[in-house]
Design a protein around this ligand. Structure first.
Ligand SMILES: Nc1ncnc2c1ncn2[C@@H]1O[C@H](COP(=O)(O)OP(=O)(O)OP(=O)(O)O)[C@@H](O)[C@H]1O
Ligand SMILES: [Mg+2]
Length: 236
């Protein structure tokens, strides 16, 4: 059974003079532990799709299913990492940021601390547990955001160009790092981006890369990697 499924999603932004159909009848599913990379040009609806999957935006039509069950609204079953460095709470230390979802889940203090430190260790930031976001670099802040999203153990991790604002070298490093984290945590990931170079950077580790056009309608561009085969399937 798919871990997450978007079924016949349509989203119309109804600004009075200029209604925009951002997504029309979009359907796809992601299997447990699959890393799906969605590639599409600017404005094609990636952020809209991710916001719907996260439950921040209600679709005009269609359904989201997690583990086969329809969900509405946001929930701790989905962790989200955005592009924006400003997604952390500036008044909380790195550790207290990571503890946020655990607080929402009602975990006691000691358990929260233990889990938060474990995930900070996973993203190589244990030494910065007591630092505030403004004391961390952009890449470090994104790593805290990833630790925060993973710590409360969501079924699916949703990522919207999380490294787009980083310099090219740090971005490459972070992408490799994310693949390591994915291999270690076996999370189901939907990662959206408009940058093609990802395909070679993520290399063989990504299970599936879908072009937005393929999600929208007929397959136009399809890049698909499988760990076992370590080659590109059906490139066009
Ligand atoms: N709040 C909004 N109100 C009206 N239209 C919107 C709104 N947000 C997005 N749109 C429109 O919906 C379409 C999809 O936007 P979206 O932000 O999902 O694209 P994207 O693929 O994430 O682009 P980018 O790669 O630039 O981030 C665009 O045509 C955009 O103009
Ligand atoms: Mg976007």
């Amino acid at each position: 059974m798919p871990q997450i499924e978007l079924r016949n999603i349509t989203l119309e932004y109804d600004s009075a003079d200029n209604p925009v159909i951002a997504l029309q009848d979009v359907s796809f599913s992601v299997e447990p532990s699959e890393f799906l990379c969605v590639v599409g040009q600017s404005g094609c609806g990636k952020t809209t799709m991710l916001n719907i999957a996260a439950g921040f935006l209600e679709p005009t039509k269609g359904a989201i299913l997690i583990g086969g069950k329809a969900v509405t609204g946001k929930g701790l079953d989905r962790g989200v990492v955005f592009q924006d460095f400003a997604q952390l709470f500036p008044w909380r230390t790195a550790q207290r940021n990571v503890e946020f979802g655990l607080e929402m889940k009602g975990l006691p203090k000691e358990e929260r601390e233990e889990i938060a430190l474990r995930f900070l260790r996973l993203v190589n930031l244990e030494k910065f547990a007591r630092s505030y976001p403004h004391e961390l670099s952009g890449g470090m802040q994104q790593r805290v955001a990833i630790a925060r999203a993973l710590a409360y153990n969501p079924a699916v991790l949703l990522m919207d160009e999380p490294f787009a604002a980083l310099d090219a070298l740090t971005r490459e490093e972070m992408q490799r790092f994310l693949v390591d984290v994915w291999r270690e945590t076996k999370k189901t990931v939907i990662y959206v981006t408009h940058t093609r170079f990802l395909i070679s950077d993520f290399g063989f580790w990504i299970r599936r890369i879908k072009h937005m056009n393929e999600i929208f309608s007929a397959s136009i561009l399809k890049f698909s990697f499988r760990e076992s085969e370590s080659k590109i399937e059906n490139p066009k």
